[in-house]
Design a protein around this ligand. Structure first.
Ligand SMILES: C[S@@+](CC[C@H](N)C(=O)[O-])C[C@H]1O[C@@H](n2cnc3c(N)ncnc32)[C@H](O)[C@@H]1O
Length: 294
């Protein structure tokens, strides 16, 4: 790195160097996955970004698909409905897992060995990157750097979906990032629950992504948010209504109107148990611009 450069230039040079490193960056971690685990992430992506998906030219990268490529195959099936020519690249840092996935490769789906420095060709970009249950296994201080590196592979306007779930995928938290010009912008946080099961807002605390899970101390903005949501949920539960989908929407309405959280009011989200919190500049819950990407 050359002395005398300003900080953004030095960061950008370091990122350029990281991208050129051939060794996959990161470490193989537990490969646990399950059929249907990421179904809610596929559904959310299709609902939230239909235009982007229908018009995708660059491939979708599924980073860290795990011990078996089940969820990647399931995603292909779902996303093909919106875009029959969609291309998926499953990326794993564990060579045995890539070998085990290769027999499942097919038209529109390939598997590659790689890490945070994605194994894309020169000039190749990703339209969407999904990293589910991957960054949670790394220290928090590595979160921003890994995200910035991943973001540098996105095509302009590309989407990075980084999140966590419980083992069967009944509870899910998705950080949404969009690549702007030189920045990766936090576009929102989607908290998704399977409303066929008993539900309470604080259940999400156990499965939050790495950038949030260590920030739940009493009195923190996150603690206040879950406290407010719990109050609204309890109040909705005290009404005659028994349908959890209606209760969920009602509680979300109170959360917005009485506590001022910026939530998507879309019925198609709420009836599926999706609470989408928008990032609003200056607000306590908004992580905002996280990383500069080049
Ligand atoms: C817990 S599994 C998640 C599997 C699947 N995405 C899911 O949510 O069910 C995490 C996988 O990510 C892989 N992994 C961890 N760090 C990685 C990295 N930097 N690049 C690519 N794969 C990585 C691990 O080897 C592991 O197989």
């Amino acid at each position: 790195m050359t002395r005398g450069r300003n900080v953004p230039e030095r960061l950008s040079a370091a990122r350029g160097w990281l991208r050129r490193v051939r060794r996959p960056l990161g470490l193989p971690t537990r490969g646990k996955t399950a059929s249907g685990r990421l179904r809610r992430a596929d559904q959310f992506l299709s609902l939230a970004y239909p235009f982007t998906l229908r018009n995708l030219r660059a491939p979708i990268v599924d980073l860290g698909f795990g011990a078996s490529p089940t969820t990647t195959l399931e995603s292909l099936e779902v996303l093909r409905v919106l875009n029959p020519s969609v291309r998926l690249i499953g990326v794993e840092i564990d060579p045995d897992r890539v070998r085990a996935a290769l027999p499942f490769a097919q038209e529109g789906l390939e598997f590659r060995l790689g890490g945070f420095n994605l194994p894309l060709g020169e000039g190749e970009t990703a339209g969407v990157i999904r990293a589910m249950n991957v960054l949670r296994q790394y220290p928090e201080q590595e979160y921003g750097r890994s995200l910035g590196l991943l973001g540098s592979y996105l095509a302009p306007g590309g989407i990075l979906l980084e999140g966590t779930s419980d083992p069967p995928g009944n509870m899910m938290a998705l950080n949404l990032y969009v690549r702007g010009s030189g920045y990766l912008l936090h576009d929102g946080l989607a908290l998704i629950a399977n409303l066929r099961h008993p539900f309470s807002p604080r259940q999400f605390q156990a499965i939050l992504p790495k950038n949030l899970i260590h920030h739940l101390e009493p009195g923190s903005p996150l603690d206040a948010f879950f406290g407010a949501w719990s109050v609204c949920w309890q109040r909705a539960m005290q009404t005659e209504v028994r349908d959890r989908r209606r209760l969920f929407a009602e509680a979300a309405g109170h959360l917005h109107e009485e506590h001022g959280y910026h939530l998507s009011p879309r019925p198609s989200f709420l009836r599926r148990g999706i609470l989408l919190l928008h990032s609003v500049p200056g607000e306590a819950l908004a992580p905002l611009v996280l990383a500069r990407v080049r």
